[in-house]
Ligand binder design. Structure first.
Ligand code: 0GY
Length: 294
């Protein structure tokens, strides 16, 4: 009898990212990245939809230094479910240079939320991608959003095809909202395309909706150097300079077929934020306001 197949662990990041040509300003924040495991210490969720290789705190900090960044915001990845131990461990290892966004069971107690705050968490993530999570109970998410510690925000991940059905839910969230990867627009439509216009309507509906100008590798099938992404996203960064964040998305969950070169990702920054002032807002002022206000 053959043994049941054990799913193999996947590597989704570039083995030797180049050093970027662009030098981030001192104090720059990589505001969207993850850690995986190490599995022996922080096992993955039984509900995980992918089984990644370990990508731990030491590897993240080595990449941070290689790319010329100072700080990280670690976003809890779906493979760890609602157990934020790996994220908290990484924050604890960072000497104050990392903060995080947790994924929580909506039934979490106020005491547990306070403990997450103590551990450096400043937001919760609501993930609506069916390929990553089984359920996304909007009513329960609103309940927990109403109980978040002071200064926290909600990070929300959805794809452009459900933006319209997300509008009422987003309008009801009682704290600032950060949209992962701009809600995954089709950037090949250009800056005036239907997806970008719909996303701008969302941004215009509240002045505390932020977005991450991230993941050209996910959003632009034309590939590196991601011209369509730059063309579509630069006007958004220029028009909403105080509400935009940037991050590597390392270790690039589920990008194992074509892992991006992180150095090239950094080199996209001056193409979407062409002035030093925009770069300072994108990489320092905005993430510091959201994650290091206290
Ligand atoms: C991202 C995007 C993805 C994965 C996750 O939590 C996750 O597993 O966020 C994805 O597969 O699109 O932001 O890393």
């Amino acid at each position: 009898m053959t043994e049941p197949a054990i799913p193999s662990r996947i590597v989704s990041w570039h083995p030797s990212p180049s050093r970027p040509r662009f030098t981030p300003p001192p104090g720059a924040v990589d505001a969207h990245c993850h850690v995986f495991g190490p599995m022996a210490q922080f096992p993955f969720s039984a509900k995980a939809k992918y089984l990644p290789e370990d990508a731990d705190a030491a590897a993240l900090f080595a990449l941070r230094d290689h790319l010329g960044f100072a700080r990280n915001v670690i976003v809890q990845a779906s493979c760890h479910g609602t157990n934020n131990a790996a994220t908290l461990h990484t924050i604890a290892q960072s000497g104050g240079m990392a903060r995080g966004v947790a994924v929580v069971d909506p039934a979490i107690s106020d005491e547990e939320l306070a403990a997450l705050h103590q551990g450096g968490i400043r937001g919760v993530r609501f993930n609506f991608l069916k390929r990553l999570v089984d359920d996304a109970p909007k009513d329960k998410f609103l309940d927990v959003a109403a109980r978040l510690p002071a200064g926290w925000h909600v990070v929300i991940y959805f794809e452009a095809d459900i933006l319209e059905e997300m509008r009422d839910f987003i309008a009801a969230i009682p704290v600032p909202v950060v949209v992962d990867h701009m809600g995954r627009p089709d950037v090949s439509q250009g800056p005036e395309g239907a997806d970008m216009r719909a996303f701008r309507r969302l941004l215009d509906s509240r002045d505390d909706i932020w977005f991450k100008a991230t993941c050209p590798d996910r959003l632009d099938p034309s590939g590196d150097p991601w011209e369509d992404f730059v063309t579509a996203v630069r006007p958004l960064v220029e028009d909403y300079p105080d509400r935009v964040l940037w991050g590597t998305d390392w270790p690039h969950p589920n990008m194992q077929d074509d892992p991006p070169d992180d150095g090239h990702l950094v080199d996209i920054i001056p193409r979407i934020a062409p002035t030093p002032e925009l770069q300072r807002k994108l990489l320092i002022d905005n993430p510091m306001r959201l994650y290091w206000a206290d």
